[in-house]
Design a protein around this ligand. Structure first.
Ligand SMILES: [Zn+2]
Length: 556
């Protein structure tokens, strides 16, 4: 299961790249931002997300019964005007806060779609798909059939949710959804583009947590041997049809985890984020981010600083020369201080646990998160590269990851797969990280705590936490003077960069969210593989295996 590097993958990618002229890809962690449609759902402005409860009558419910599960789903996805701090951790307010109000996905829970039982998915009953779907056991044909069956079942579910039960469909309830209502935006904010803004399936059946780019898969020439696959285009009056590009799926979750919480992580994939945990366990999952080491039982972590910068939701200061910065807590201010230039640098922010709202899994009240970012490990935006991203996860090699925590105690326990220890790893008052004279490459054998690059090359960077309190921190940074303090931000930021009075580059609005003292509207609306006949050298095993890995981390 863990040895997934395969040569033939290159052939897959070559074919995929040639097949499409556009530079765009699913889960590329925003290497591109302009591919909303088939590869990403919109992440700016107010959008509409369809949540389909899929209830399978012969399957148990984690919450006891159908009524309590539906009540939980309806509450978690309910839309009102309370912030996450006032109304608690819920879907819309979480994303609105994480984006500083730049993105508000308003969910609508559809009429539940009931099925008497799960159809067989490959050879699997109860919608339970084992890891690898049998590929690891050599059952390539079975894995291919599982993928096809899963796509057929998702298509049937969408037909049930839109058109309702019929003689051709096994569902006994559902219907009434017009998908056009869920297409409000595309690459152009507020302009419908023929793709829905997001679809989530929550179910009591044993589905894994998984996000599938169903439209891309259904058009993959590599899967043509499976025979006709659904188009994932659905009729809607006055349109040529509305396409469902991707679906986030959250099946039965054992308490204290919750299906609804899993859905938040899977929606992160629909937006464009890749996984930041390490399924293999060779290093510890990246903590303090909703795409990493969060276990779906507490209010979700905020996204880590680089992820928020990448999607365009942060307020970024690029440090030019020495400076002193007061940084309010990240969840409310979005402030990220960038230290260092080029492909490898640091992002610094203040994190605070707010019970019932955000960062519920922090085991300290607050602290400063220093994240090392290495753009050379960011997924490429070439179409189809997501298969490689799934196989070679970005944060799965010690001292060679896209994102890693600089641990305040310098122990690099997370690189060794040891348990997370927030009290030791978040920086507190008086702690600092600076250059080292050891310029050998960093590794488990040479884990030198420093701001040197992982190659060992020295930098002139030092970050000192002068003071950290519950609500924010003061940091001092030593860094070289830059010729152009906006140079890096022009490509990293969504907003335009400007040079501030101290000479640092800045992008973003630097507003806090929610705006203190802003009136709350009490009249809140709610509308608001070698597969069968294919030879053993086929790239398909890698392809299919990768697919079955695109799922949430399991619980113990
Ligand atoms: Zn995931």
């Amino acid at each position: 299961m863990h040895c997934l590097r395969t040569g033939p993958l290159a052939a897959v990618l070559a074919i995929a790249v040639i097949a499409s002229p556009a530079r765009a890809d699913y889960i590329d962690h925003f290497a591109t931002r302009t591919d909303v449609g088939v590869h990403k759902v919109p992440s700016r402005g107010t959008t509409r997300v369809l949540v389909i409860p899929v209830f399978v009558d012969d399957q148990p419910y984690s919450s006891g019964d159908e009524a309590s599960f539906l009540a939980e789903v309806e509450d978690f996805f309910a839309v009102d005007d309370r912030s996450v701090f006032d109304g608690g951790f819920r879907f819309t307010s979480y994303w609105e806060q994480a984006s500083l109000g730049r993105f508000r996905p308003e969910a609508t829970v559809a009429a539940p779609v009931h099925f008497p039982s799960c159809p067989p998915l490959g050879g699997n009953e109860d919608c339970a798909i084992p890891r690898g779907a049998g590929v690891a056991d050599g059952d390539i044909a079975g894995a291919a059939q599982t993928l096809k069956d899963a796509m057929l079942f998702l298509n049937e579910t969408l037909l049930c949710a839109t058109a309702g039960p019929s003689a051709e469909r096994r569902c006994t309830s559902g219907g009434g959804v017009d998908l056009a209502a869920f297409d409000t935006s595309g690459n152009q904010q507020g302009v419908a583009d023929g793709f829905v803004d997001g679809v989530i399936v929550v179910s009591n059946a044993q589905f894994p947590g998984i996000a599938l780019p169903v439209k891309d898969l259904s058009s993959q020439p590599l899967l043509s041997f499976l025979g006709p696959l659904p188009s994932f285009v659905y009729p809607s009056p006055g349109t040529d049809g509305i396409t469902v590009p991707s679906i986030g799926i959250a099946g039965f979750a054992r308490a204290p985890a919750r299906e609804t919480f899993v859905a938040v992580h899977e929606f992160g994939h629909l937006l464009g984020f890749c996984d930041l945990y390490n399924e293999a366990g060779t290093t510890t999952d990246l903590p303090w981010t909703v795409m990493g080491g969060w276990f779906y039982s507490t209010p979700a972590s905020l996204l880590d600083p680089f992820s928020r910068v990448a999607i365009g939701w942060a307020n970024v200061i690029d440090v030019n020369g020495p400076g002193r910065f007061t940084i309010p807590s990240a969840a409310r201010s979005g402030v990220v201080v960038k230290v260092g230039q080029g492909d490898e640098f640091f992002m610094v922010e203040h994190r605070q646990r707010t019970d019932d709202a955000i960062d519920g899994d922090l085991d300290v009240d607050s602290g400063v998160f220093i994240e090392r970012v290495r753009l050379q490990k960011r997924p490429a935006s070439a179409p189809g590269n997501y298969i490689a991203t799934l196989q070679n996860c970005v944060n799965c090699v010690a001292f060679d990851s896209m994102l890693m925590v600089e641990e305040a105690d310098g122990a690099y326990d997370l690189q060794r797969g040891r348990p997370r220890n927030d009290a030791a790893d978040l920086f507190q008052t008086g702690q600092a990280i600076g250059p080292s004279t050891n310029v050998a490459a960093r590794s488990l054998q040479n884990p030198v705590f420093s701001t040197n690059l992982l190659s060992g090359a020295a930098t002139d960077l030092r970050i000192t936490v002068v003071e950290s309190t519950a609500d924010g921190a003061v940091i001092e940074v030593e860094a070289p003077l830059l010729a152009d303090p906006c140079f890096d931000l022009e490509s990293l930021c969504l907003q335009d960069c400007a040079v501030d009075d101290e000479g640092h580059g800045r992008c973003g609005g630097f507003e806090t969210f929610p705006v203190p003292g802003a009136a709350v509207d009490e009249g809140a609306g709610d509308g608001g593989c070698a597969c069968g006949t294919t030879a053993a050298r086929s790239p398909l095993p890698a392809f299919l295996l990768a697919l079955w890995l695109a799922r949430r981390r399991r619980h113990g």
